[in-house]
Design a protein around this ligand. Structure first.
Ligand code: CMP
Length: 139
């Protein structure tokens, strides 16, 4: 069911610091199963397109630069109520205000280099998943 999937990215900061394994362990240990996963380096154009909704924001240019600066892990995750459950697991956007025990509180650097992305609605989860994966590659 649609509400059972979310889309996530382990961002360049977390990948380059070697946190990929620990973050995946936290995700699967919280009851998510991996429906699709790939390591990829976004082109600047792909990062612009992925974050197009933020194009008017002051942080957009820096975000595009950062997200295309190194490899990331893109993945589709499955669990009941996946979008909300995943957002609870990662914590708020700014790690300075993220609850203790959340992935961002533990692994993020700052509000931009915040270790992971999680879709904010089931509609966006579907749109973001299809940005990287054809339906046949989502298990
Ligand atoms: P993400 O969940 O991927 O969604 C949009 C991203 O923009 C966010 O995580 C951060 O990486 C970045 N972002 C959001 N707010 C700010 C901000 N105030 N300054 C810099 N980057 C931000």
């Amino acid at each position: 069911m649609d509400s059972d999937i979310t889309f996530s990215i382990i961002k360049p900061d977390a990948v380059s610091k070697g946190y990929t394994g620990q973050i995946l362990t936290r995700i699967t240990g919280s009851g998510f199963t991996i429906a699709a996963l790939r390591m990829v380096r976004l082109t600047r154009q792909q990062a612009e397109e992925f974050y197009y909704v933020h194009r008017e924001r002051g942080f957009y240019r820096g975000l595009v630069e950062f997200m295309s600066s190194g490899p990331v892990i893109v993945m589709v995750l499955r669990k009941a109520d996946a979008v909300d459950e995943f957002r609870k697991l990662i914590g708020s956007t700014d790690p300075a205000t993220a609850d203790r025990g959340t992935i961002r509180a533990e692994f993020a650097t700052d509000v931009q280099k915040n270790a992971v992305h999680g879709a904010d609605s089931p509609e966006n989860a579907r749109r973001e998943a299809s940005f990287f994966f054809p339906a046949i590659e989502i298990f």
